[in-house]
Design a protein around this ligand. Sequence first.
Ligand code: HEM
Length: 429
Amino acid sequence: MTRSSRTISRRSFVRSAVAIGGASALSACLDRESGDADAPPRGVDAGGLEELPERQHAWTAAQRTDEHGNPLVPEHHVTLHFSYIGGSPTDEERTQVETAFETLERAYARSNEGLLFTVGYGPTYFDRFDESLPEHVDLPEPTALAPIETPEFDSYDAMFHLASDRGSVVLSAEEALTGELESINGVDVEATLEGVLEAEERRTGFTGAGLPAENQDGVRGIPNSEPVSEDAPMFMGFKSGFKKNQASEDRVTIQEGPFAEGTTTHLSRIRLSLDQWYEQDSRTIRERKMFCPAHAEEGKIEGAGDNLGDSSQLGDCPAHTLEDAREYGTVGHSQKSARARENDEPIILRRDFNSTDDDEAGLHFLSHQRRIEDFVKTREAMNGTDVAEQSAIGARTNNGILQYMTVRRRANYLVPPRRHRSLPTPRPK
Ligand code: HEM
């Protein structure tokens, strides 16, 4: 066995363990990962907790980067969805939950090699209080956001997003929070969520060059020919999340009031159907539909698109959206979505990841934005309804990548600053 095939099978094994979850998956994962590397980096000592950033979503400075300086989201992800057990949170419960989070921060460094996590609360959580959220905090109930979609809506009280390059770290964090571990990376688990928050659902996923190719076998929505290439970080075959095609963390941060330094999360669960994408659409058509017709005509993209550097090089593509619809009968996903920019900067920060939950190809689309309305605006630009009305492209066909995806669930969360991350009231002091 060559070194690279050994590495590949380890990553794939770890991915499956994360998807399965639980104590046996954790121990198998620890076994497999401990052979290859040192122990995960330890977090802060008790005195260092105060130095951690207020912004839970401040991941960029802690992340690995590629050769072009693009931040790399960690490889393994779990989202945990909770309901709050009691009627109204007490200070004692707040202390318990905060201690559980601090345990994770003492156990693991805040990095890809360690653990990155955010904690958010949904509209349902805040509904139990007499007072309402401050007016500038935009946290609506989720709604359908495209003319042709009928998603279901999550109504969980809280959602945690856990991410690490090590599957064992994500699984250990989950097990520690839910009371299944006494110590974690050498740190005693002083408190758990038990009796306060009850886990109702977990979703899992992965991102990074090679992982989609290794995990395409037998997955619904991907042709049997296993078409996803080794260099692709995503099932659709292209690189995503270039530095210059993301909102900055500043742009997505709430700026005033008790939740200043917080953000919001939109989370959708998307099913991918890639038979036509890989079996009928040519490479040229895929480039047009994902990026912009000009990218295909000028041969800008090699492989998954690493050669593009630190931006998807859209140039004046967004301004030509309607013209391209008329000339090529196709518009690009990036081209259309970029019409939502403000001051030439995107207004949402995407941290999405691939999934094979329920054995189907999917994407957990997770983005941060200052206000949920920034997501809605971006999604409207991506819908391209205006372009479809003024040209021969369909509402879904040849309209970027819409025909390959189905949004099955949507949810919105408020991600408070770290100081208020444990069971906040709508107007924390
Ligand atoms: C199957 C789902 C999706 C896939 C595979 C996908 C893939 C991509 C890729 C490859 C790019 C170009 C590279 C980059 O700029 O990072 C991109 C850009 C973008 N996508 Fe998506 N995307 C998906 C869904 C969505 C959704 C649901 C939204 C939300 C509205 C969205 C919003 C954006 C935005 C805002 C950009 C950057 C536009 C700009 O440069 O201003 N994408 N996407």
